[in-house]
Ligand binder design. Structure first.
Ligand code: ATP
Length: 604
């Protein structure tokens, strides 16, 4: 029995049964029975692509996320856009006008709507016919054309089949069985082979005999490799415990798009984490890749980010693809894409993933020539070499917990999202998330416990914000009586992260007229209680608290005993949630309420 004879309805019965099965073993057995007894042809790809739709790259993307799919289905069904069913589809998250149990699950909401319009009898469509129609759906450009293919699918199926087709289009079957289990059941070498080729069709074709083992294959230029990923750890000490005895490098966790660059002469591919080739980066990048990588064939692993040419530094995370497209269209901009290569996987004629990270860093230094604002390499002291004074360090070797904490703190203060720790002796493992790379990010508390506190001073930024106030000294109010405005504010923490550049500019512009230079470090304005600790001392004070502005701050869940500030506790990794222009200065959180909050969150 092959895809030309097995009906899609049979596959649906398998989906339904897997969904009902409680254990992974039962689910796996169900899949095995399907392969052994039902789908007996060796042309497995036709069926497997309908079981692992998120890994299928043969027909490109459908361009249909829930919201567009809803509109196309409304048209395919020929129902009025303002009808109750159309609204149910469009407002699938809420379940339409009547909130149903299926709200939030698009396929279930759609199947409710379809049930009223489709019969119960199976449409007899074969797996091949479904694949042909899905190919058509992906190839159509306009919504009207897509709606017409959907209408054909609706005509030839029942509501249950349509529900599964919708899940295939959305690329998530929610079967409760991992992709790894499906691979293992299919062939013992399938997962490894997929990890180094990201090619489901090839896996199905080459491994169509379960009794024949496949020699472990290395990576090749032109075939995306499943990226190595990081495991989350809670703190620096745990991270170092996990990497005990290893030499460790700690790197900034850049917030961009993970991109694998494959260079083969002048042919350059930009593969994203889900193996799509982002050719739109070519216009801005390919020449640089040809000229600045001294190897004809090479694979780089790294992050695509945005560079701000007017400020000469990384910009906040934005839409890389849009910036790349704008560059292609020749639009003037002070933003451009920049690639930070943090690893090299292939060079010349061979894969180098089996070499140690230290050796791969050497290869990066040898074969990749950085170009400021375009192509950078992330090796200990790599980006740093071109650093202007005050610019943050992006990568360093860490010897103890203090090194990690210091780097982590600096990174968070620089508004980056966290750090990645890597064993310098480790090889690069396709698809691995077992803990060879560790990521450390702050645990931010929930919005309901945001603290509304007053700006009492400012610090000049360095590098990214040289010459302008970029961080603030925050104060808690000291209340003399419940109905009185507070007269004193107690220094409590320093915060710089959380606002966009525009938000920060607007805030600093508003406060600037009230900045008073801190010329006598030991003399703070009388309404502020501060310590003599030099780490606390701001560059400017706010002239008077009634001119100041409240910020909502969130922080890591752990508060810390304050050694630097006047208040008894401070915050780990404070972050500005928003500027409270709407809240008058005197409604600042007071010290007693803050201490109560700390005690209650510590369980006292
Ligand atoms: P998150 O949601 O925390 O970003 P994630 O699921 O995207 O996590 P993780 O495995 O947790 O992925 O983290 C690895 C990701 O971090 C990579 O895919 C990459 O995009 C990004 N990254 C940024 N800087 C680095 C770096 N220096 N080394 C490795 N990965 C980095």
């Amino acid at each position: 029995m092959s895809d030309e004879t097995v009906r899609f309805g049979v596959l649906c019965s398998m989906y339904q049964a897997i969904l009902r099965d409680r254990t992974s073993a039962k689910k796996r057995k169900r899949f095995r029975t399907f392969l052994d007894k039902v789908y007996t042809s060796r042309d497995y790809f036709s069926a497997v692509r309908l079981i692992l739709p998120s890994l299928d790259r043969e027909r490109g993307t459908y361009g249909l996320k829930e919201s567009t799919l809803a509109v196309c289905l409304v048209d395919a069904l020929g129902i009025a856009r303002d009808s109750e069913d159309a609204l149910r589809l469009v407002n699938w998250r809420k379940g339409g006008s009547r909130a149903g149990a299926n709200a939030g699950n698009f396929a279930l909401v759609a199947s409710e709507v379809l049930q009223r319009r489709q019969g119960l009898a199976s449409g007899e469509m074969t797996i091949k016919e479904l694949n042909d129609l899905l190919d058509q759906l992906a190839s159509k450009e306009s919504r009207a054309e897509k709606a017409s293919v959907l209408s054909e699918l609706i005509k030839r199926t029942n509501a249950l089949e349509m529900k599964w087709i919708i899940m295939i289009i959305l690329k998530d079957l929610k079967l409760g069985i991992s992709e790894r289990s499906i691979f293992h059941e299919f062939h013992p070498d399938a997962e490894d082979f997929f990890n180094v080729t990201c090619d489901l069709k090839l896996v199905c074709e080459k491994l169509n005999d379960r009794s024949q083992r496949h020699k472990r294959q290395d990576i090749t230029v032109g075939k995306p490799v499943r990226p190595q990923l990081a495991m989350r750890v809670s703190d620096a000490a745990t991270a170092l415990k996990k990497l005990h005895g290893k030499q460790v490098v700690i790197e900034c966790k850049f917030d961009g798009d993970r991109i694998q660059i494959h260079k083969n002469g002048k042919e350059i591919h930009y593969f994203s984490r889900n193996f799509l080739d982002h050719l739109e980066y070519g216009h801005a990048m390919s020449n640089i890749m040809v000229e600045n990588i001294f190897a004809d064939r090479c694979i780089l692993d790294g992050e695509m980010l945005v560079w701000d040419t007017s400020r000469n530094r990384f910009a906040e995370f934005g839409s890389n693809q849009e910036i790349a497209k704008a560059a292609k269209e020749g639009l003037e901009s002070d933003r451009q894409v920049v690639y930070v290569a943090f690893d090299i996987l292939y060079v010349g004629d061979s894969s180098v993933i089996h070499q140690s990270l230290t050796e791969r860093h050497e290869l990066l230094r040898k074969f990749v020539k950085p170009l400021k604002g375009r192509l950078e390499i992330l090796v200990p002291d790599g980006l740093n070499a071109q650093r202007s004074p005050g610019e943050p360090c992006w990568s360093t070797v860490a010897y103890n917990v203090e090194d990690v904490e210091k780097f982590f703190k600096e990174t968070i203060e620089n508004r980056d999202e966290g750090v990645v720790l890597k064993d310098l002796g480790s090889k690069w493992e396709p698809g691995d998330r077992s803990g060879k790379w560790l990521k450390l990010k702050p645990d931010y508390i929930h919005a309901e416990s945001d603290l509304d506190v007053l700006i009492i001073g400012g610090y000049f930024g360095s590098g990214r914000h040289g010459g302008e106030v970029a961080q603030f000294l925050m104060g808690l109010a000291e209340r003399s009586a419940p109905d009185m405005y507070p007269k004193r504010f107690i220094s409590f923490c320093r915060v710089g992260t959380g606002l966009s550049d525009d938000e920060l500019d607007a805030l600093v512009t508003k406060l600037k007229p009230f900045f008073r230079k801190n010329e006598h470090p030991k003399k703070a304005p009388c309404f502020y209680e501060v310590t003599n600790n030099s780490k606390e001392r701001p560059d400017v004070w706010i002239d008077s608290p009634d001119k100041s502005i409240i910020l909502s701050i969130t922080s890591d869940i752990r508060t810390i005993k304050s050694e630097v500030f006047a208040a008894p506790y401070s915050l780990r990794f404070p972050r500005i949630q928003r500027v409270r222009y709407d809240k008058p200065w005197h409604e600042c959180l007071d010290i007693q309420s803050f201490v109560d909050l700390v005690n209650s969150s510590n369980g006292n």
